[in-house]
Design a protein around this ligand. Structure first.
Ligand SMILES: [Zn+2]
Length: 72
């Protein structure tokens, strides 16, 4: 069973960030961004790589239109 690849896309820049996660996880990261950042401040082991990549992308495109995309 393979899940479709999904990621974040900036509609303003036309840039994509594909992550090895399903749509549900990527959408969760986008919608709960502030919660994830809060957690990261207190987590000694840090975040999973895909979460760090996602947060970095959201930082780089602050104020832009970010959508969750799925490759089928
Ligand atoms: Zn952008």
């Amino acid at each position: 069973m393979s899940e479709a690849r999904s990621g974040l896309a900036c509609e303003d820049c036309g840039e994509y960030l594909w992550l090895p996660q399903g749509t549900v996880h990527v959408r969760w990261l986008r919608d709960r961004e502030h919660v994830v950042r809060e957690y990261a401040e207190h987590a000694t082991s840090g975040l999973e790589t895909w979460m760090e990549q996602g947060l970095r992308f959201l930082d780089e495109h602050r104020g832009h239109s970010i959508v969750v995309v799925t490759e089928r």
